[in-house]
Design a protein around this ligand. Sequence first.
Ligand code: FES
Length: 182
Amino acid sequence: MDASTPSPLIPESLRDQIRALFPRYPNKRAVTLPALHLVQHHFRCVPHRALAEIADLLEITPAEVHDTMSFYGFFTQAPVGDVRVWICRSLSCMIRGGDQLLEHACSRLGIQPGGTSPDGKITIELAECLGICEFAPAALADDGRIFGPLDEPSVDRLLDLVAQGPVTDPPISPVLAAPARP
Ligand code: FES
């Protein structure tokens, strides 16, 4: 490699993880989505250069990787916080105050929905149904923890909890819930 060529952004260990997926899919193109997940997890975003490097690894064009990436709201070009939390605003959650809880979480962190706390620890996003309506109003963290039913005090506890960083072994039941309403 000549001195003017920048070194690859995606480290060799991550390239190996992507290559290890090849035998499990019918072709390299089919690895686009899992590769994007690995890169998003590693960098907490998919930087533009990484997108081109994924394309190179999969022998497709950057535009094709970009098409897949932009189809899903999950992938971001700017880094997200150490823990990403989606607060649901679909019907079951909305009628139980999901919108206000989103506002409450954002105002406590001094951010807008989609923003990241100044310390880089938490990104708050709104979500359509998370598939956990029985816990409405509910939230989901990207480490797999689920929260609900929530109220403002339990959202405060949620923020304190996720500020401690992601967990590796999330329980399958909600991590915290507001006291039952009378
Ligand atoms: S409507 Fe919120 S989880 Fe389904």
